[in-house]
Write a protein that binds this ligand. Sequence first.
Ligand code: ZN
Ligand code: ZN
Length: 409
Amino acid sequence: MDKTKLEKYAALLVRSGGNVQKGQFVMITGSVDNAVFVRMVQEAAYDAGASEVRIDWIDDQVNRTNYLRAAAEIFDEYPQWRVDKLKEQDDKGAVYLHVRSSDPDALAGVEADRLKRFAKVSGEATKEHRKLTMGSFRRWSIIATPSVAWAKKVFPDLSEADAVEKLWQYLLKGARADGNDPIADWAEHKKSFDARLNYLNEKQFDALKIKTGIGTDITLGLAKRHIWEGGGDVDKDGIPFLPNMPTEEIFTMPDRLRADGRVVASMPLSYNGNLIEGFEMTFKDGKVEKFSAKANEAALANIIEMDEGGSRLGEVAIVSNCSPIGQMNTLFYNTLFDENASSHFALGKAYPKNIEGGDKLSTEEFIAAGGNDSLVHVDFMFGTSDMNIWGIAADGTETHFYQDGEFVF
Ligand code: ZN
Ligand code: ZN
């Protein structure tokens, strides 16, 4: 991929994504597969005035070998030094930049129980940090870059080099980062969210009824005084940032006690290095009553059975079919991309910002207001090009505001 294009992508992550300020402390997590690009991000962060930029390197292969070969007991411990390290970074007011290039099958064949136990201890140990990022007290941003394994999964018929090049092209296009001035393109894109957000926030529907041709038929209560969000975020100091690039969704908080019906996934879900395929769930009173998957059902069970909140919904997100990613008609096996091609739910924790005054509520108050709490937050896709959504008002009247894959207002 052309060096200038990559430098623009790196600058997009730093400027529009994390919005790095003068004197800012910056933490980058990046894959060793993309070391050259990660170094570009570091340069771009210093160009933006960062005081210090540190990098946490991720190596899927090393990680996999540990899951396969390490002693059983290490999956019940989360090292205290890592907790302290996160705290030190948060205390310094870090901005977190993530460059992701995971292999969707990286942990295939690893004992599901090891993954579950470690997800649990790490989830508990990093709770305070997650509160800061999910509550927008710290800014963060995620973008994707190809790895060979990922590229071959998406384009199995191409050579390794061609697959990587093609995935680069798709990722840049999907992230609206292939133009002359991606930063300006994003400023324009952000404005396009306003009409949808204003409409839905004003309507304050009591519930949504969602149907698709492949079998989803669910009625979902929305929390009282819920807020639809999308097109980026603003931190507690009023500094805007983009947690995800791409982002095409608008999303809000379901009432954790009011989901009834069936949801059929429209795409596989890559979770913890395992690809969950052909899955569906049935909800009653907001809780998963039964579920099944054609492949990797144990990984799905790991999410649902993580804790009480893992079996309830924390997010409903609506995406229009005409987004650049939707138009590519490509399965990316990567949530960052696939969730922006298709409407989705999240199992697990809800975002406090999706309800009025949510960041001032204690966990108990948040739950009482209908917000879901959990160690997990996992998006899964159910949207299809023939999806329809009706908004149901408190008096029962229905508004058919989304027809055959598009908003119609
Ligand atoms: Zn989402
Ligand atoms: Zn989500």
